[in-house]
Design a protein around this ligand. Sequence first.
Ligand SMILES: [Zn+2]
Length: 98
Amino acid sequence: MPIHVYECDACACRFEALVRGDREPAGCTECGSPQIERMISPFAITRREVDQIRDLDPKYKQMVDDLIASTPDAEPMRHLDRLTSFDEVDDPGDPIEF
Ligand SMILES: [Zn+2]
């Protein structure tokens, strides 16, 4: 049983309704006006976008890997390479109390 979102032409409120078959809601839940219009369900849009992301995922992942490989500055671990161990510095500073 799908949930549809409706908008009332009279008072502009939006409401959700469970719809069995072709049985549309009788009217607006706020003002009772029969002038209501079914909106595109946000659930339907979300599911479609998730499917698109899922379809693109392997290609996108490969694209990101290729870009990281060709851009050394984008390598996520590059900051670790720049760190100097405490043994190698003259003044390691005061210990930090946690
Ligand atoms: Zn209304």
